[in-house]
Design a protein around this ligand. Structure first.
Ligand SMILES: Nc1ncnc2c1ncn2[C@@H]1O[C@H](COP(=O)(O)OP(=O)(O)OP(=O)(O)O)[C@@H](O)[C@H]1O
Length: 272
C-alpha cells in the first residue's frame, strides 16, 4: 500500500483505474440515515431524520439540552434500536443486522463519551486495550498482562499518539480529567476505526483542557482520514471542527449545512 493509500482512506477503497481514465474520486458513504424516528415508550424524541455522511467528513450534531443528540448518536451506532427508518453503517443496514453482525460493524467504529468511563483500578494500557474488546471478546484483552504482544504494541502506539506513552503502567484513577480523556481517545482509536463517534468529548473539561482534547481528537481523525460524528454544545467547536453541522430542534433535523456557510448566530435559533 502506498503512503497515499494509508493517508487517504478513500484511496484504500478505490478500484484500479484503467490507463487514461479521468481521475474522479467518489467518497463512499459511511453513514446514511433515512426517515429515522426514535420514541421512548410513547414519548417521541425525533422523527424524519435523514442525511448521508461521506467517508472522511466531520459532522457536528448540535441542539439544546434534550434535543436528542446523544440518542441519535446511539441510534447511528446501533446501540439502541430506531423506532422507524433505517441506518446504513459502512454499507450495511445496521437496523436490520443481527446482534453478531452489529457487533462486528461497531468494532469498526470508535466512541469517545463525555465521561471517559475508564476502569479506575486498571492500568492506562489495560484501559486502552479495552478498545479492542469488540474485535477480540474475552479475557485476553481485559488486562495488559494477558494481552497478546501485537495488541499491546497497538495500544502503546495509540498511547503514543495521544502523548501518554510514559503513563502506560499508571493506574487510570491517578490521571487528571484531561489525561483521562486522552486515554479514552487512545482507546477509541486503537482498533483503527473507520468512523469515530464523540458525545460531547470535552464537556467535563476546563476550557483549555477541552480545547487540547478537541485538537488532538481532530488531528488524529484527520491523519487517519476517518469519518467523525460529534455532539457539542459549543457552537464555536461545531463550526471550527465540523465540516458540516446538523441541528436538532423540536424533534426534527432543522439544520444541515456546511460549517463554512454558517455563523454562530445561525445556530442560535436551535436553542430558542
Ligand atoms: N433510555 C431512555 N429512556 C427514556 N427517555 C430517554 C432515554 N434516553 C434519553 N431519553 C430522553 O430523550 C430525550 C433526549 O435525550 P438526549 O440525551 O438524546 O438529548 P441530548 O440532546 O443529547 O441532551 P444533552 O445536550 O442534555 O446531553 C431526553 O428527554 C431524555 O430524557
Amino acid at each position: 500500500m502506498t503512503d497515499l493509500a494509508l493517508k487517504d482512506p478513500a484511496a484504500r477503497h478505490a478500484r484500479p483505474e484503467p490507463p487514461g481514465a479521468p481521475r474522479v474520486t467518489i467518497s463512499p458513504v459511511d453513514i446514511e440515515a433515512r426517515g429515522v424516528a426514535k420514541r421512548f415508550g410513547d414519548t417521541p424524541i425525533f422523527a424524519d431524520v435523514g442525511f448521508r455522511l461521506a467517508r472522511g467528513e466531520a459532522v457536528a450534531l448540535v441542539g439544546a439540552n434534550g434535543a436528542g443528540k446523544s440518542t441519535l448518536l446511539r441510534c447511528l451506532m446501533g446501540l439502541i434500536p430506531v423506532s422507524e427508518g433505517t441506518v446504513t453503517l459502512l454499507g450495511e443496514d445496521a437496523t436490520a443486522a443481527r446482534a453478531a453482525r452489529l457487533r462486528a460493524l461497531r468494532a469498526r467504529t470508535g466512541l469517545v463519551s463525555q465521561k471517559h468511563n475508564l476502569v479506575p483500578r486498571l492500568s492506562v494500557l489495560s484501559n486502552v486495550l479495552h478498545g479492542l474488546l469488540g474485535r477480540h471478546p474475552g479475557v485476553a484483552h481485559w488486562s495488559h498482562a494477558l494481552a497478546p504482544r501485537a495488541s499491546r504494541e497497538a495500544a502503546m502506539a495509540a498511547l503514543d499518539k495521544v502523548g501518554l506513552a510514559e503513563f502506560a503502567l499508571r493506574r487510570a484513577d491517578r490521571l487528571s480529567g484531561g489525561q483521562s480523556q486522552r486515554v479514552a481517545i487512545a482507546r477509541a482509536i486503537v482498533g483503527a476505526p473507520e468512523i469515530l463517534f464523540a458525545d460531547e468529548p470535552c464537556a467535563s473539561l476546563d476550557p483549555a483542557a477541552g480545547e487540547d482534547v478537541m485538537q488532538l481528537f481532530f488531528r488524529l481523525a484527520r491523519d487517519e482520514g476517518v469519518t467523525v460524528v460529534f455532539t457539542s454544545h459549543n457552537t464555536d467547536h461545531a463550526l471550527r471542527y465540523g465540516d458540516r453541522v446538523l441541528g436538532l430542534a423540536g424533534g426534527r433535523m432543522k439544520l444541515d449545512a456546511t460549517a463554512a456557510s454558517l455563523s454562530t448566530s445561525d445556530l442560535r435559533g436551535l436553542y430558542d
